[in-house]
Design a protein around this ligand. Structure first.
Ligand SMILES: [Ca+2]
Ligand SMILES: [Ca+2]
Length: 280
């Protein structure tokens, strides 16, 4: 008993003499606390599985977000029935002209306030004959297509908008694109076949895109300037691009038709498929 009592006493003395053992939830005072990750050190940020970071939007089109991209222009309307681009059974040298645009980005864009125009009136003959069309409110989802016809003398059926209002829906006669008319009242206002331009301007006045052909010089200050091929005369038809960064090229003839309003190749890459119904 005595021996064990001594042992116990020694043990108790020994226990008392030892510093208190650190407990798991009590770290030593000198241990540096881990610093929370900061924005300056993004590699240390733990991945948020519920909200994975979006990849940086690649510059996948000629124009930056949130601008639409001009994908096709018909400035030289073919003669006869082969020129009836707006499908009203009439061929109008100006009325059947059109400009097609698409949302080439991966998020919706708003068209309100964007403007399409041609070369400004710089001569007495052209005075008052400049084309200018401002879009009303219309949200374009990624890949959605819009066609703006000159519209002079046109007879419309189906949903067609103008500068004051968007169409009620997509138009099935034009590959389900949204269709607009500029409602041009004079036969003298159109895109000149020998040389002219189309300028796309953003609501804040930014000159987004300028497409020229023939002998016309681009408007200074445009962010994207392109020269389209000359397709007038026997080669009349549209110029169109096949990819969001491809140049505007002569539209191939498919079943006699040299344009495809509403059918954007950059969305549906089927170059050999008939893009439009041949005229009756
Ligand atoms: Ca023309
Ligand atoms: Ca027509």
């Amino acid at each position: 008993m005595l021996a064990s009592g001594l042992l116990l006493a020694c043990a108790s003395v020994s226990i008392v003499a030892q510093p208190p053992a650190p407990t798991p939830d009590k770290a030593p005072a000198k241990r540096p606390a881990p610093r929370p990750p900061t924005a300056a050190d993004p590699s240390k940020v733990a991945p948020d599985k519920a909200n994975p970071p979006k990849p940086e939007r690649p510059s996948s089109a000629l124009v930056e977000f949130p601008h639409p991209l001009i994908t096709e222009i018909l400035y030289a309307v073919p003669t006869g029935v082969w020129g009836d681009a707006n499908k009203d059974d009439l061929r109008d040298a100006n009325g059947d002209e059109f400009i097609e645009l698409v949302n080439p980005h991966d998020e919706p864009i708003q068209l309100a306030g964007y403007r399409l125009s041609d070369r400004p009136s710089d001569s007495p003959e052209r005075k008052g004959n400049t084309l200018s069309f401002a879009f009303p409110r219309l949200e374009l989802k990624p890949g959605q297509v819009v066609v703006v016809f000159n519209g002079h003398g046109a007879i419309w059926s189906g949903p067609v908008g103008d500068s004051s209002r968007a169409p009620e829906g997509p138009h099935e006669k034009f590959s389900n694109a949204y269709v607009f008319t500029m409602r041009v009242a004079t036969e003298r206002a159109g895109l000149a076949n020998a040389g002219d331009l189309v300028l796309l301007t953003a609501p804040d006045g930014t000159k987004v895109q300028c497409v020229t052909w023939g002998d016309t010089k681009p408007i200074p200050g445009a962010k994207v300037v392109e020269t389209a091929p000359l397709v007038s005369g026997r080669n009349s038809g549209s110029v169109a691009r096949r990819g969001p960064k491809s140049p505007l090229q002569t539209h191939p003839e498919v079943d006699g038709v040299r344009f495809s309003p509403g059918f954007a190749w950059i969305i549906d890459p089927r170059p050999s498929v008939a893009p439009a119904d041949p005229p009756k």
